[in-house]
Ligand binder design. Structure first.
Ligand SMILES: *[C@@H]1O[C@H](CO)[C@@H](O)[C@H](O)[C@H]1NC(C)=O
Length: 504
């Protein structure tokens, strides 16, 4: 989880500012998220999401807004539609890490095989409500079993100890709505779909109208028939007699995690570490060591709008004037090892500047270092140029201890600044003892220019790149995806004829 370290500002003041320039109102069906809640609300959700990365001044973003809001309405109860304001100071490192280079950028995020490890892909389709809705529906995972006369008894037997729901439909394809219903009740109700042409099953339950939903309680043969409208909300309510549906994401964490929880995390992350280092090939590390010397300047990347501008010059952004009051210096602080690994410590990651914070994050040195980093980053942000992310690593992050030990940084009671580059496997320490903006900026400049002594980043600190993992999973999933695409094409056509609840 990423959380902002508030140095001078009261959290409440920051929260007020956080949505000051949001493009979407609170009433909008589009959910405003920040880099802080992405992990919990999107990455750890069982639902598929689409996330728009935008800047409020961007003309294409304004043009997209009505279609995006319509899409959000159509996808209600099926998938999450979210937006991140990348102009917001606290979201900038996150937007950078998500590879956002132009506005708007749309990414579809869907649950992966491993919980919390979603598959993320850019949405490149038409920027219309229909284009977005179809693409997102297509990515909603399917756990609904299609049951026929032949395998009905087997399915009933397999699921005899759980509650079961069967949707009888004229259609063979499983709609996104029913797939979403199965996600709502994952682990609570097994969901199947039976086509009208399966005569034996239809007769067995006395079904005469389509679509019809029935519920068979655990350990029972007696179905309960759903009466009334067969839409998402009604179906959720009907199945809720078994148990309330799953929440759409894990609840927010308490500020202070319990000691027990921490220990669990620690052992998890250390096994990950050893697995990662075991999979490293020696050839990799020698080439990484060789390339660790040839880095030059990091090219500043200025986020641009995507092409095809439909807007006139007067719409082009004016430089945003930010009052000192609005720009309280903050850097994001990461408390979880997986988050830090996926941002900065994998084989794909580019340069990051990490501030390892002592337990007492409000100590003078910690405050000064974080404020210096924040003010340096802000300089770049204001000028619109890209600078590698500055990340606070909280002392409770299990990776902090590994970094301290592996890089011989010294005492955990002190602040340590270190630049890392996972791809090229190097790191650079900040050797000064003062953390004023001037001293720290000199060091940051040297890193930008590729100057200064680089040391070899130990393999044990790097996990295998997320991107590689995503690719593998995609390949493995190719077959079922193919089948779904075919079905969905049919689904989409039917949607166009009869939108809304008729898709069942
Ligand atoms: C996700 O689904 C699993 C069952 O597959 C369920 O146990 C879990 O509670 C769901 N997660 C959330 C956040 O609801």
């Amino acid at each position: 989880m990423v959380r902002a370290t508030t140095l001078f500002a009261a959290t409440a003041a920051l929260a007020l500012n956080a949505h000051a320039e949001s493009m979407y109102s609170k009433k909008s069906d589009v959910v405003q998220i920040t880099g802080m809640d992405y992990d919990r609300v999107i990455a750890k959700s069982n639902y598929t999401s689409i996330v728009e990365f935008y800047a409020p001044w961007c003309g294409h973003c304004k043009n997209l807004k009505p279609a995006y809001e319509t899409a959000a309405k159509s996808l209600a109860g099926i998938a999450k539609v979210a937006a991140v304001n990348c102009d917001e100071e606290m979201n900038k490192p996150f937007c950078g890490q998500m590879g956002v280079q132009g506005f708007p950028t749309l990414k579809i995020v869907r649950p992966g095989k491993k919980p919390g490890k979603p598959m993320v892909e850019d949405y490149q389709g038409p920027r219309t409500a229909k284009g977005i809705v179809d693409a997102v529906k297509d990515k909603v995972p399917n756990t609904v079993k299609r049951v026929s006369d032949k395998n009905l008894d087997d399915w009933l037997e397999e699921n005899k100890d759980t509650a079961k729901a069967i949707l009888f439909s004229e259609k063979g394809i499983v709609s996104a709505t029913l797939r979403a219903l199965a996600i709502d009740f994952a682990g609570l109700v097994s969901v199947a779909q039976v086509k009208k042409s399966e005569k034996t099953a239809v007769e067995k339950y006395g079904i005469t109208a389509f679509p019809s939903l029935i519920l068979i309680p655990a350990g029972s043969d007696t179905p309960v028939k759903h009466e009334g409208k067969v839409d998402k909300a009604a179906m959720v309510q009907f199945l809720s007699q078994v148990a309330p549906p799953n929440p759409d994401c894990p609840p927010p964490k308490e500020k202070k995690p319990k000691a027990k929880k921490d220990a669990k995390k620690e052992s998890k992350s250390s096994s990950k570490f050893s697995k990662a280092s075991a999979s490293h090939k020696s050839a990799d590390s020698s080439s990484a060591a060789a390339s660790a010397t040839d880095e030059t300047v990091e090219e500043p990347v200025v986020p641009t709008e995507s092409p095809d501008p439909n807007i006139k010059d007067e719409d082009t952004p004016e430089p945003v004037v930010i009052s000192a009051e609005e720009r309280k210096p903050t850097i994001p602080t990461i408390t979880e090892s997986a988050e830090l690994q996926s941002m900065c410590l994998n084989e794909q990651s580019k340069t990051c500047i990490l501030a390892l914070l002592p337990k007492d994050e409000s100590s003078d040195a910690a405050k000064t270092a974080a404020a210096s980093l924040a003010s340096i980053h802000r300089k770049y942000d204001v000028s619109g140029s890209h600078l590698f992310p500055f990340i606070g690593v909280s002392a409770s992050n299990p990776v902090a201890a590994s970094l301290l030990a592996e890089l011989n940084l010294g005492s955990a009671e002190q602040v340590h600044l270190v630049a890392t580059n996972g791809k090229r496997a190097w790191y650079k320490k900040y050797s000064g003892s003062a953390f004023g903006a001037e001293e720290v900026e000199q060091w940051v400049d040297a890193i930008r220019m590729g100057e200064g002594k680089k040391e070899k980043l130990p393999d044990s600190l790097l996990v295998v790149g997320e991107k590689a993992e995503v690719k593998e999973e995609k390949v493995a999933e190719q077959e079922p995806v193919k089948i779904e695409v075919e079905e969905m094409a049919e689904d989409a056509t039917q949607d166009a004829e009869a939108p809304g609840h008729n898709e069942l």
